[in-house]
Design a protein around this ligand. Structure first.
Ligand SMILES: C[S@@+](CC[C@H](N)C(=O)[O-])C[C@H]1O[C@@H](n2cnc3c(N)ncnc32)[C@H](O)[C@@H]1O
Length: 247
């Protein structure tokens, strides 16, 4: 069984490398796939209060502030919070960075936010019941939660490749079993595999209704290097509304 304190220590240790990967220019996943999809689902954030939940080094917060939002960025990792503060203080006064654990009661009043963005966080958290219940509490009834996760149907499995290194297919198995594994992208961090059904059920229990859902592909023309991403998507992005408000 994993230990939440240990999970956060791993994020503290990974923070610098994570930030480097995001900013070194070759990270098409965030720049071309995730951020465009998240921003599209959020829509106009001008003048709105937006919570960037699990903000990491704060790149999405900065983009949201650029679009006119007042952003509160929270992350449980002390190192991530330090990196976000450094990045944000150089760029925007519209962003407040706080250290807070999404698995605990959040330090905000009810109905504090017009929108919550939670980019690539929920599949790294051991239990999401409290997280989603707290999101529902701090979101205004007219608000929206937009989150991304790794695509549960495909992420866990590595590509079978031909001799030239071309991606052929992914051998998917044991999709329905909930389990945790280590990622090694930026140093070890823990990943929690849960099928899509799990996320829909937990959103429903917390008081959300899924309003939109996309398996985003890169926001660019199809290139040979990324061709496999159009065949097997890496991510899922969902928008959920507090129930009773969905149309
Ligand atoms: C994959 S990173 C995503 C960071 C950022 N949203 C982005 O897209 O660059 C996952 C983030 O979740 C944070 N995190 C993990 N568990 C958390 C928790 N219980 N509460 C708050 N943040 C958490 C980690 O510290 C890390 O910054």
């Amino acid at each position: 069984m994993s230990d939440p304190g240990e999970d956060l220590e791993l994020w503290n240790a990974a923070a610098e490398r994570y930030e480097e990967i995001l900013t070194e220019g070759s990270d098409w996943r965030q720049g071309l796939v995730l951020r465009p999809a998240i921003l599209e689902f959020l829509g106009n954030v001008g003048g709105q209060e937006v919570l960037d939940a699990g903000s990491g080094p704060g790149l999405l917060s900065i983009e949201l502030a650029r679009q006119g939002a007042r952003v509160t960025a929270v992350d449980a990792s002390e190192r991530m919070v330090t990196l976000a503060r450094q990045r944000v203080s150089a760029q925007s006064e519209a962003i407040t960075v706080l250290q807070a654990d999404l698995c605990c009661e959040l330090p905000f009043q009810n109905d504090a936010f017009d929108a919550i963005a939670c980019n690539m966080v929920l599949m790294d958290i051991r239990e999401i019941d409290t997280v989603l219940a707290e999101f529902c509490r701090v979101l205004r009834p007219s608000g929206r939660l937009v989150f991304s996760i790794t695509h549960p149907c495909f992420f866990m499995w590595f590509w079978e490749k031909d001799e030239a290194g071309n991606e052929l297919f992914k051998p998917v198995d044991d999709y329905l079993t909930i389990r945790s594994d280590m990622n090694e992208f930026w140093g070890p961090t823990r990943h929690y595999h849960r099928p899509l059904t799990y996320y829909f059920a937990k959103l429903h229990s917390a008081g959300f209704l899924v309003d939109d859902f996309v398996e985003p592909v890169p926001a660019c023309s199809r290139t040979p290097e990324l061709e496999h991403v159009w065949r097997v998507p890496d991510f899922v992005v969902m928008r959920a509304l507090p129930r009773g408000r969905a149309t």
